[in-house]
Write a protein that binds this ligand. Structure first.
Ligand code: ZN
Length: 383
């Protein structure tokens, strides 16, 4: 098919297929208005998976890392290959995260596969956890966040903003996570809404026997590092909280992916991602079984940072390690076009997540933070 463009003088030119594709890709990037209208989203659930590289997320098992036992730490390579090695990147990622790629991704958009022209990066220059979570939640890189120390900073987060702006009860906004740092990253002040850190119990007036049982188990299950708890139990606590208190805004922070990577156990990292994939489906299924959430909930899944690109440095991440600033974002819900993996698009940033959450809930993202990234255009239907 011939495609024509009009010059400023009105003359018609035929353009090649590649140029036409680039023109159309650019056409798709329509800025999201300050206040998006006619949206179905009434609840937003943010899930973060700590330090998950785009490489595994989009391509599955990495042959270069797995090639050497010294680099990968893989115990039984035959078992790992059987579970996760397939001939194409698409088949490998479906073996690794089948529920995400076959069920969730087709209901939304997944950004960050650079080999397809979709780039997602962090704006902060630190490339480790707290600066990443701070950027996600405050909508901008915060230059004073330069360590993972468990302290609060004075920056208002999108969770605080949404609670105030939507006039929600403290239980209707919730942070539940497996790392102690999540609780302080969630808010500039104590007690702004429900917060549950790595080993916290749930206060008696809010708890249920199920939550008490789960937080009890969480204190007994040993993890690799002291400051993180078990992601399965944390997710189950979150599901119990959702069923009891029906939060409109929830941040579920999972952390074990980062732990297995730092421990140089590629086999355990892949097994963990396979498990996290099941947790994502369990969360989505629970939400869709409840009237408040069914067809009215957007799920945003992302990560705080990438990691090194080579078989030696894939375990680490910081400002000196190339690849640590490359991330990915998935937006799945009733207001996002059913596109699956994004192709060529403008670069998206970690700092765009907060504005996307605000815009999905029909509010003016600029009143949250005028310096925030804009909402992710691909997460909204073209008006
Ligand atoms: Zn880390």
């Amino acid at each position: 098919m011939a495609i024509y463009v009009l010059s400023s003088s009105g003359r018609r030119y035929q353009i090649g297929a590649i140029a036409a594709f680039m023109l159309c890709a650019a056409c798709l990037v329509v800025p999201v208005p300050a206040t998006a209208k006619n949206l179905a989203t009434r609840n937003v659930i943010l899930v973060t998976l700590d330090g998950v590289r785009p490489q595994e997320f989009f391509n599955g098992m990495d042959a270069d890392i797995a090639a050497s036992e010294e680099d990968s730490g893989i115990d039984e390579i035959d078992v790992v290959r059987k579970r996760y090695w397939r001939d194409s990147p698409e088949a490998r990622r479906e073996a690794l995260m089948p529920n995400f790629w076959k069920t969730l991704a087709p209901m939304g958009v997944v950004l960050g596969n650079a080999s397809k022209g979709s780039v997602v990066q962090v704006r902060n220059d630190q490339w480790f956890s707290y600066p990443g979570y701070s950027e996600i939640l405050t909508g901008q890189a915060q230059p004073d966040v330069r360590s993972n120390d468990i302290v609060r900073y004075p920056h208002v987060t999108v969770l605080q903003y949404l609670r105030d702006e939507m006039k929600l009860r403290p239980t209707q906004v919730a942070q539940i996570g497996s790392w102690e740092g999540f609780e302080v990253a969630a808010s500039s002040v104590d007690g702004a809404f429900f917060m549950n850190g790595a080993y916290d119990s749930v206060p008696a007036p809010l708890s249920t026997p199920e939550m008490d049982r789960l937080v009890g188990l969480r204190t007994q299950v040993m993890e690799l590092w002291e400051e993180s708890s078990n992601d399965v139990l944390t997710t189950r606590i979150a599901l119990a909280y959702v069923e009891k208190h029906k939060p409109r805004v929830l941040w579920l922070g999972l952390s074990q992916s980062d732990d297995w990577a730092h421990a140089r156990r590629y086999d355990r990292l892949l097994d963990y991602l396979h498990l996290a994939d099941q947790l994502l489906l369990d969360l989505w299924t629970t939400l869709q079984s409840m009237g408040q959430y069914r067809d009215r909930t957007t799920l945003i899944i992302t990560t705080d940072h990438g990691r090194g690109l080579t078989p030696k440095d894939w375990i680490d991440h910081d400002s000196t390690i190339p690849g640590s600033g490359d991330i990915w974002i998935a937006v799945i819900g009733p207001d996002t076009p059913d596109r699956g993996e994004a192709g060529a698009a403008a670069t998206v940033h970690q700092s765009d997540v907060a504005a996307t959450m605000v815009a999905l809930l029909g509010l003016d993202w600029r009143t949250f933070n005028p310096n925030t990234g804009p909402p992710i255009a691909d997460a909204f239907a073209v008006p």
